[in-house]
Design a protein around this ligand. Sequence first.
Ligand SMILES: [Zn+2]
Length: 503
Amino acid sequence: MECAPSADGIGIVNPHSVILITVDCLRADHVGFLGYQRPTTPFLDCLAEESVVFENAIAAGAPTYYAMPPMLASRYPLALGRDVLGIVPEESTLASVLQESGFATAAFSAANPYISPRFGYDRGFEVFADFLHGSEPTGASGTRSGNFRNRANRLLANACHSVGLGGAYDEIYFQYCQRLAARRDVSLDAVRRFPSAEILIDNAMRWLKEHCHQRFFLWLHFMDAHGPYFPKTEALKIMSRGDLDAVRAVYLNSYWNRGDVSVERLRTKREDVVALYDTGIRWVDEQVRRLAENLVELNVWDRCALAVTADHGEEFLEHGGRAHLPKKLTEELLHVPLMLRVPASPKHRVQSPSSLLDLAPTLLDVAGIPVPAEFRGRSLWGQLRKGKFQERPVLSECVYDCTNPFFPKDRMGPRLLAIRLSQYKLVLDFAGGSGQLYDLSRDPGEKAPLAMSEAAEVRQKLLTAAKRHLVESCQSRDFDRRMASHVREYRLELARSATHARN
Ligand SMILES: [Zn+2]
């Protein structure tokens, strides 16, 4: 199929349906349409030619549990209070608004424990498959998402992370992988922790067959680029990295996760680890192509608005760290790709920093659906159609070092807040009481903060935006919603405990 299939829907002002694709951990600088040299995204690069590409899209929070409420509910992650996690009961989301407007709705999320009904993400979805509890739908071939070991890995990982034993589990998991790999007959499918992209696409295609004749909203959340990095063997061949077999991949992931190795020694493995990560991205690209081909066959491709983005990025030692822990708000964690394809609409490349807080209202606007007043973001669609883009401060926040939000007390740490305007970025660390201003045009790696005497006017402007944000954040702590959120968590926790007791 060509990247731009025949457009029998050209001229449609409001596309009938909306598809949102989020790729966990996908950095902006690892996709071809934003300049990456490795062939990670040939299909998306092609789509980008006929889309709006936001060159500086910024996540409003990181990691997943701080990134998703802004994207789906257009609300800052800490706006209801640091103790509240996820989507709260009765909160308007992109899905709930589209469902109320008559859209068929479905979500397929590749076993991210934070994207689950426990945290309200099923709100607005008739079908919500999170692949977390071993009862997930099957792939097109009839095979379950991975084999028994794969599912057992996930279940055990989720259980351990939810009771604060995540670190211990991770260590044991890699010992287990090492032993498996030592047998030399192990496959990447056996050690992968998350269902790979083709399984989600198989399920989505089955659902589309039944629902594509009405307006629909489909959300797909892929984990192929999330660590531990165990890509599909087929994708490694496509990327000409057949040398990275299961044995090698287990070794690399194990090494990469060690806490007792210096950054200098880790750097010696960085290129191969990044190659595994890139291969996960390539597999998603291949599967999005399959989805698009299926939509063409169903004759609905040109009646779909498609957004492709990420919840947050991933660090590969740029600031001495790995993965995406909430200990910093650097560009490798916040700068994500964002592409919006709306058939028969103007194409742009937007260079101004843009917040994912604006994504849900923009998608509703594209679909011709009124945006709820409670959404904090604004639709960019009007500006995009006019070709004029008004810049405003873009904010991102998280709770410092909240690496296990299953523990409510871990959610109560001090806030990290980043404010971006043009090439300037101010990072406020409420734990350390510091505020560092960067000029990303001169210092894209955020290595040398400006002196207090430099760019004083910009610093003041960003501090004013931060102050306004904090005041609004305090004023928006709706008591009823906070309590409803806590009641939901306790209820689910009780149900879980009762199930464990029965078993
Ligand atoms: Zn994530």
